[in-house]
Design a protein around this ligand. Sequence first.
Ligand SMILES: Cc1cc2nc3c(=O)[nH]c(=O)nc-3n(C[C@H](O)[C@H](O)[C@H](O)COP(=O)(O)OP(=O)(O)OC[C@H]3O[C@@H](n4cnc5c(N)ncnc54)[C@H](O)[C@@H]3O)c2cc1C
Length: 442
Amino acid sequence: MKVIVAGGGISGLASSWELMRLGHEVTLLEQDVQLGGKLQTMMVDSIRVELGPDSYLRRNASANELLNDLGLDEISPAAGRALLYTSTGTQPIPAGLNLGAPTQVHQALTNHLVPLSARLRAAAGVLRAHMRIEEGGDDLGAIVNNRFGRRWSDANIEPLVGGINANTIYGLSARTSAPAILAGKLPASPGGSMGPAFGTPSTGLSTLVAHLRSELEAGGCQIVTSSPVQSIERISPSNVAASTPTETYSGQRLLIALPSFKSASLLGPIFPEGLDLLRSIHYASVSMLIAYSKQPLPPHLAKISGVLVARDLGLMTTAVSIASNKWPDWTGRVGTLVRISTGSLYDRRHLRMNDAELRDTLLLETSQILGHQFDWAWDRTVRWNRSFPHFRPYHAKFIAELDARLLDRFHGDIALTGSYVNGSGIPTCIATARSRSRQLVS
Ligand SMILES: Cc1cc2nc3c(=O)[nH]c(=O)nc-3n(C[C@H](O)[C@H](O)[C@H](O)COP(=O)(O)OP(=O)(O)OC[C@H]3O[C@@H](n4cnc5c(N)ncnc54)[C@H](O)[C@@H]3O)c2cc1C
């Protein structure tokens, strides 16, 4: 079958890979000069610098399986200890919790981030054997408050899960954003429960993109970059077309691997009944400042992978990831590389600042958070506008409804994939893309 894939981020690449391996003829259309979407690695003085994601969770095996298939080496963080910056200074993030939720009574009772009354309240939650979904529907904040109490949730779960989603846990789908909390346990990592939680290609995420590209081209896939899809059409059953400014590509199936707002503008004219759904998915914008200093870190930060920032402090910084500690390819080098994150669905201050203002503010806050003044030798601001989808409660039902309307209209000739469908982590994007590709040609 001839299949057109619109969008060359990890979702479009994983879709193309799956379709090619199933023996289909694939044309991949990407608007940018390069593939990869949010996966972008740059080298600065032979230092690997990730501009977007820096790793993926290994507990969903889709990403490490893909690396294995491509023969790529994987590395895992060298430093695993993270801190939380609160009004009383930095404190270690308690180890062994399930995305901030306790799974054992002793974890609740020994937590140093909340007072004794909140610890006892959380311990009572652990003792209730199974979390009942009715406790808070699918709203993560309501569910964890009912179970562990608000003080616990705000101190332990909010900085982590809210941070990962550039959002707050209140009004966030538990099933889509934190299924491990609902399940009451983290799924085991490949390599057993003690296997590392995070992984990344040893030469950076762009290597994954480059390898996928060369394997796809070697397998006969047509990859067309600098070619934004501007319109799509279903000409007749099993005859779809996607047009770029210079050419129209036709095939029997079309997979749209774009953010929902881009999919909405392409599908709008031919799928009016799905437009309200696609348009109603909101995205958070985030920015990242990446800064490098030739100075080493002070001893108290020597084995720290990063610092999360408590929301109630009002700082713009949400997290400082210490890349030079985190990754083993830094071993033996002198210097400090940090990735400072800002912005969420509710904090849009960074959007009102120019790069210089944002840089100054984030570097000032970083000195305060790390308790150390640096001389920064190099920095770069990366803006990721509308990059984190907001998964509202019952998101999965909402996507099922969107799929049903799409099927009604296009009888299976056109399908959607991307980070807004089932979750935005790289492994989820890969798994979703692969299963939706199989469905499209089945
Ligand atoms: C700052 C940041 C940090 C993150 N950190 C992590 C992390 O540590 N771990 C993790 O697992 N996930 C992380 N994520 C999430 C993850 O990176 C994304 O969810 C994932 O990369 C999305 O991939 P995608 O292919 O669905 O979308 P995208 O990467 O957005 O790809 C979409 C592609 O479509 C192209 N396109 C757009 N319009 C058109 C058009 N009209 N025609 C053709 N092509 C078009 C774009 O140029 C792009 O290449 C992070 C995201 C951000 C922004």
